[in-house]
Each structure stands twice: as C-alpha cells, then as structure tokens.
Design a protein around this ligand. Structure first.
Ligand code: NAD
Ligand code: UD1
Length: 311
C-alpha cells in the first residue's frame, strides 16, 4: 500500500501520471488542484483517487493535509506552467511556482514527516539561451524569466532540503511535453496543443518568430515513466535529471509532421517573437538513461497517438 500526493494532478502531466498510478490497486492518490488549467474530468473515476479543488498557496490547508495523510510519495507538479504568463504576472506565478513548494518542504522538515521520496518538476527553461547544445545537467544555467528563476530556485531548494535534512528528494527538468489531456484553452497553453486545436477548428494560429526555434518534444507517457522511475530508484537522490527525447526539432518541422498526421493544413500568421522565449533547446539524456528505465517514443509515433486521442 503506497500513498501518493500529486499537486497539479488534474493537469496535463499530473492526470496522465494519476491514470498510471491507479493501475496498481496497492496505490491511493490524493490530488490537489485549483483547476486554473486542470480539469476534474481528466482524473480517472476511481475509489483510489481523492480530489481537493484547492490552491497549494493555502499554507495552512497544505500543512494540515500533509500532517494528516503522512504520504509515502509526493509529486510536485502544480504550477503556472507558462513561461509567457510568468512574464506577464511575475509575482503571482512566483507564489505558486516557488513559495508554495517551500511551504511543503518546510512542513516535511519541521515535522519529520517520513516520506519515501519527493519529486519536483523543474524545467528545461532553467538553461536559458546558453550556447551549449545539447543541454547537460552539469552545464550552465541562465534563467531568463520569472518562471525559469522559480524553477531553478525551487529545484535547488528541493535538493538542498533533501541533503541538509535527510529528506529523500529528486528533480526532473522536463523539456517540451505533449500528448493527451494537454489543455489548449489558454493562449499560454503548450504550443502543440494549440496547433492541434487550430488544425481541428480551422482557426488561425499565430507563430511567434519565424518557426526556426527548436525544442526537444517528449511524449507524456515517457515523462510518466521517468517520474515513476526516479521515485523508485534509490540512487536517484538529491539530484536533477533531464527528461527529454534527446532530439532537436524546429517548430516548422513539427507543424509539418502534425499536418501529415492529421491530413489537414494549418492556417497561420507570423507574429513577433515572445519576450524571454528560448531559441534552441535539446537535451543530453545520457544521465537519466544510465538509470535504465527511460523510454523514448519516437516523435512521429507520439504525434500519431496524440492525434488519435483528440480526433
Ligand atoms: P498543467 O497546467 O496542465 O498542470 C499544472 C496544474 O497545476 C494545472 O492542473 C493547474 O490547474 C494546477 N495549478 C496551477 N496553480 C495551482 C495552484 N495555485 N494550486 C493548485 N493547483 C494549481 O501543466 P503541465 O504541462 O501538466 O505541467 C506540470 C508541471 O510540469 C508544471 O510544474 C510545469 O511547470 C512542469 N513542466 C511542464 C512542461 C511541459 O512541457 N508541459 C515542461 C517543463 C516543466
Ligand atoms: C514549455 C512549457 C514550460 C516548460 C518548457 C520546457 C507549457 C505551456 N510551457 O515552454 O512549462 O517549462 O516548455 O522547455 O507547457 N508559440 C507560438 N505560438 C503559440 C504558442 C507558442 O509560436 O501560440 C511558440 C513559442 O513562442 C515558443 C514555442 O512555440 O517558441 C514553444 O512555446 P510553449 O509551448 O509555450 O513552450 P515553452 O515556452 O518552450
């Protein structure tokens, strides 16, 4: 019997993780999500899942919950996940993306809560626009936005709380994740969910920049496997791992792949590049691969599964 807490569990990555966790009848999962981006309907209809629509910035609520439930595993996914939104609302996003997570760490520390492992979702955004490609965990970081600053700071806090106070923790830097249940409803949503939405509706997509920017797109099932692997691999401790496919693809290339997969043509216009946008991103994935559990769904296969899930 293992008890999980997944913050942001009604969101894109969170709900895919919860779906996987409940496949084992031994697991019970508590989800906290304020539904600012997540949807309750993303969650499996299962007695193993308990859902609270609540904000993680309510420190008292989170403390009471942590003390009462004594979780085995804690997965910190709740965040305002948009880089561009953090440029518009640096303080509000900071409260969620950093402060609320420190409150959780502090509650664990002060009360000696006996957790087995805590996982924090960091981001490739921490690397910024460094010249070094592929991006390595040991390489330089240059956070360009509030989002990236908060991810890097929280990642360091998660690792240092772990080392200093003997709390088992681990972090993953996700690159650009796509797949079923990514919510396209906001202008700040992940680009592939917006493109898929526009391909289906025929509405116009705005491409910020010229489409030559590159990303390392990873299918959500591989991300779920990686989180699970990091939680259950004892040597993955007080450390950070790139979670990516290790392949560099331009926005133009991925648009063309999605057009092929859907048989539809994207109607698009060009707009100014976004402030704080990263030009090129691709990961060195050798560190996580060495742990032996990483899976890499080829991009065309991941896109085909994604298309099948939304059509
Ligand atoms: P998402 O927006 O679908 O999930 C985040 C969830 O957190 C949402 O359901 C949202 O409603 C919830 N949330 C936001 N503010 C909250 C608050 N104050 N209290 C409680 N819940 C709150 O995004 P996602 O893509 O599933 O991202 C999950 C995590 O992974 C985030 O931490 C994000 O920064 C990180 N990440 C995502 C990607 C990616 O490409 N999707 C890449 C790197 C890192
Ligand atoms: C994404 C994630 C972020 C994560 C980071 C890690 C989301 C919303 N963002 O940020 O959480 O930490 O990867 O690498 O999941 N674009 C357009 N038109 C649009 C939207 C976007 O051209 O309508 C462009 C952007 O300018 C950018 C690219 O598409 O160049 C990707 O944008 P986005 O999906 O928001 O991802 P990142 O900013 O890379």
């Amino acid at each position: 019997m293992a008890k999980y807490l997944v913050t942001g569990g009604a969101g894109f990555i969170g709900s895919n993780l919860v779906e996987e966790l409940v496949k084992s009848k031994e697991n019970s999962v508590v989800v906290i999500d304020d539904l600012s981006m997540g949807l309750k309907s993303n969650l499996p209809d299962s007695k193993q899942v308990t859902f609270f629509q609540h904000t993680i910035t309510d420190f008292k609520f989170m403390k009471t919950l942590l003390l009462k439930e004594k979780f085995d595993y804690i997965v910190l996914l709740a965040a305002i996940a948009s880089v561009a939104d953090s440029v518009e609302r640096p303080f509000e996003t900071h409260l969620v993306n950093q402060e609320a997570n420190i409150n959780i760490l502090e509650t664990i520390r002060k009360n000696n809560l006996p957790i087995k492992k805590l996982y924090f979702a960091s981001s490739a955004a921490v690397y910024g626009d460094g010249l070094e490609l592929p991006k390595r965990e040991s390489g330089a970081v240059a956070p360009l936005t509030q989002y990236a600053v908060d991810k890097f700071a929280t990642e360091r806090e998660v690792i240092n709380f772990g080392r200093l106070y003997g709390i088992p923790t681990v972090c993953g830097r996700f690159f650009n994740v796509f797949g079923p249940k990514q919510n396209p409803a906001s202008p700040y949503s992940g680009v592939l969910s917006i493109i898929m939405d526009k391909l289906n509706s025929g509405d116009q997509f705005t491409l910020f920049g010229d489409g030559s920017q590159t990303r390392d797109f990873i299918y959500v099932k591989d991300v779920v496997n990686a989180i699970s692997g990091l939680l259950h691999t004892p040597e993955a401790l007080h450390d950070v791992y790139n979670i990516a496919n290790g392949k560099q693809t331009s926005l133009m290339q991925v648009i063309s792949m999605l057009e092929d997969a859907t048989g539809k043509k994207l109607n698009y216009e060009l707009g100014e590049p976004r402030q704080g946008d990263i030009k090129d991103s691709v990961a060195d994935v050798s560190k996580i691969e060495a742990l032996g559990f990483m899976t890499h769904t080829p991009l065309d296969e991941g896109l085909a599964s994604y298309v099948a899930s939304v059509q």
